[in-house]
Design a binder for this molecule. Structure first.
Ligand code: HEM
Length: 104
């Protein structure tokens, strides 16, 4: 079995300028033909996300609504760390405090 790391590909200096910087705009106008396998958030080939189309509509909607309504902070003393295996995941889970934003 061959496993291709999405993290490694999505930060690969061969394919991305300023490869370690957070520049989400670089993924604008994403389409599979243009990007090929240098960017494959939903997997690819035989193994890919069954909900890709649903997620592309739903996830930005949910994130947009949530960040508009709430501020997110880590609880005091909580140490966030990332663990890398096939995919990245929070080493000790992720605790977040949500505070309702005051929209003036
Ligand atoms: C931004 C959101 C999402 C991303 C980036 C994502 C990405 C992925 C990836 C990379 C895989 C693994 C493909 C592989 O086996 O190599 C996967 C599998 C899967 N995803 Fe998603 N996913 C997302 C949202 C969702 C949502 C919202 C659902 C369900 C409502 C979903 C359902 C599934 C299922 C059922 C599989 C397993 C498919 C299989 O094993 O045949 N995903 N997804």
């Amino acid at each position: 079995m061959i496993i291709v790391s999405q993290y490694a590909m999505h930060h690969n200096p061969l394919y991305w300028e300023s490869h370690s910087e957070f520049i989400p705009e670089r993924f604008e106008n994403y389409n599979k033909v243009k990007f090929g396998f240098k960017y494959f958030p939903f997997g690819g080939g035989k193994y890919s996300c069954v909900a890709e189309q649903f997620a592309k509509i739903m996830v930005p909607e949910v994130i947009g609504l949530t960040v508009r309504e709430f501020d997110f902070t880590l609880p005091i003393g909580f140490k966030f760390d990332i663990s890398a295996s096939v995919a990245l995941h929070p080493e000790n889970g992720l605790e977040l405090l949500l505070t309702k934003r005051k929209i003036s």
